[in-house]
Design a protein around this ligand. Structure first.
Ligand SMILES: [Zn+2]
Length: 234
């Protein structure tokens, strides 16, 4: 009996325990407590963003999307390392007949979603201020640009080993019977499809396999050469 009581009392705490290694990714980040664990897991796939200033903020102002990543305009005129990025998150999303809150979203779906937004930040990090401004304009003006940017963000996440999470996010959106069809159509036309992701993951695995083989071959060659040198010398 006392064991059950202990288990009941201790669950809320264990749920909030975040692995120590993950806490290292909190540097220069502002993260709402409800999604802290999921955000840190996503961040752990992007070690180069460890010191980057990113604010994860809940807002009800996003129109037509659930999350968005953007640089803080004023920070663009500072040195590149002083840039600040916002990842805006709508904590409530409208369903056909009801609402769903961020708390109801499964962990893997949230991790994949944040992983995609961090992909946008990686894309921004590689761009100069002028290119970001031009990019912003093109994003508003052209559907082709939006498609390209969304695919880059997805590809970043897949390349960082987040394929499984991303697939969870896609199927959550595309198979969600209660999400507005217009939103699902938008996601389907602009983002990588689940099949695209599976293909990318397979390509990545093949590439890694190939690299491993190359390294093995190189090692063998070095050993062989050393052998020959030893033999000819002795
Ligand atoms: Zn996006």
């Amino acid at each position: 009996m006392s064991f059950i009581l202990f288990a009941l009392l201790s669950t809320p705490f264990t749920q909030h325990i975040i692995q120590k290694e993950l806490l290292a990714y909190k540097c220069n980040k502002v993260i709402p407590a409800v999604i802290e664990k999921q955000v840190l897991i996503a961040l752990s796939h992007y070690p180069e963003l460890k010191g980057t200033q990113i604010r994860f903020t809940f807002t009800r102002k996003l129109k037509g999307s659930i999350m968005a990543a953007r640089p803080v305009p004023g920070s663009l005129f500072k040195k590149r390392k002083n840039r600040i990025y916002d990842i805006l998150i709508n904590p409530v999303f409208k369903l056909e007949h009801s609402f769903e809150t961020i708390r109801q979203i499964p962990d893997s779906v949230m991790v994949g979603w944040i992983g995609h937004e961090l992909g946008h930040i990686m894309d921004y990090e590689g761009k100069s201020t002028w290119r970001i401004m031009g990019f912003g304009l093109s994003y508003w003006l052209s559907k082709k640009y939006i498609r390209k940017a969304e695919r880059i963000a997805d590809a970043f996440a897949v390349n960082r080993g987040m394929g499984r999470y991303l697939l969870a996010t896609k199927s959550f959106i595309l198979d969600h019977t209660e999400l507005p069809q217009a939103y699902k159509d938008k996601i389907a036309s602009l983002y990588l499809s689940p099949d695209d992701i599976v293909e990318l993951v397979a390509e990545l695995e093949k590439e890694n396999e190939h690299k491993k083989e190359e390294i093995l071959q190189e090692e063998e060659e070095v050993v062989r050469e050393a052998d020959m040198e030893l033999r000819s010398g002795g």
